[in-house]
Design a protein around this ligand. Sequence first.
Ligand SMILES: Nc1nc2c(c(=O)[nH]1)N[C@H]1C(S)=C(S)[C@@H](COP(=O)(O)O)O[C@H]1N2
Ligand SMILES: [Mo]
Length: 362
Amino acid sequence: MTPWGKRDDMVVHDHDPFNAEPPRTALAGHRTTPHDTFYSRNHGPAPEIDPAAYRLTVDGLVRDPLDLSLDQLRERFEEVEVTATLQCAGNRRTGLMEVRDIPGEEPWGSGATATAHWTGVRLADVLVHAGLHPEAAHIAFAAPDVSPLPDPPEPFGGSITTAKAMSPEVLLAWTMNGEPLPQIHGAPLRVVVPGWIGARSVKWLTHITAQAEPSANYFQATAYRVLPPEADPRTSGPGEGISLGPIALNCDILSPDDGAQVPPGPTRITGYALAGDDRTVARVDVSLNGGGTWTQANLDAADEPWAWQHWHTTLDLSPGEVEITARAWDSTGALQPESPAHLWNPKGYINNSWPRIHLNCH
Ligand SMILES: Nc1nc2c(c(=O)[nH]1)N[C@H]1C(S)=C(S)[C@@H](COP(=O)(O)O)O[C@H]1N2
Ligand SMILES: [Mo]
């Protein structure tokens, strides 16, 4: 049995820390992802926090530092709900590993992304209550889970810009799809930063600090950075490479499964697209000839601005080996890059190249 209440067909990359993703077809057709199917990404052991003893500290460049219980947080601030997709920066890393090996990183497939309804309070409301100083350009988050990855080991943390932190979609959340946040997803309180890489949605949040600089935490300063291809990630230090915040435009094919056998003829193809940050998905195209010609897919309604958009189309498949390729465009007219070879980076982040699946039609 898969631990943490996850489904039996979960692909478990590690048990401790727990890292697991569902098969791609499990994500197909669900606007929100059931808890048992939601991927989990952890850098250390999941802490068990007593909600009654829990405190959230808000300090740094603020007028009035805060020390809040969960009840105080709930009573003092308006409860809001946001439907948001989380996506790990390592999602689809296997596509980059096919280009060149990426030692020491999890081989995430297509399933390190998922969508939930989150309820909680706006981070902005808490920050206004604390009174930000004008020099507070970054909002840092800290959690108690100590990761053995940095040397010496360090608790998980990270930061977002104050501009993003003051946007109304950024939540301090205590429910996920209407249920209390499960322990593995950050109970009793996590940050949800819609449109930014999953790493900024810090779980088991205990500490918010307003500061002039980005967080010096390993997972902000050293990891989750796009290094130049020639860099050695084992020796790269703080500040090197491109720090990831807003997520890049991406899409994927969710059904049929890669490698599936299907009868020739009209076949329904489904997937999702996600534009990231404040961009929206404008169009998704699907090709049967590697991008020589394209058919426009049907996009579902875009009524949840921070959630993925599912798409579907029906293609007439000929007998034999078939390759299906997809690509998404966003509201700025930007298109996904074609090839993972151009995107390869030593830690294997942000593979947003055109997804491809192969079908055996007979
Ligand atoms: N405290 C803490 N928060 C964390 C992490 C972690 O290891 N520790 N992992 C981050 C990463 S990299 C991702 S992609 C998301 C995954 O959220 P999930 O496990 O709820 O799917 O949580 C983020 N928040
Ligand atoms: Mo992640």
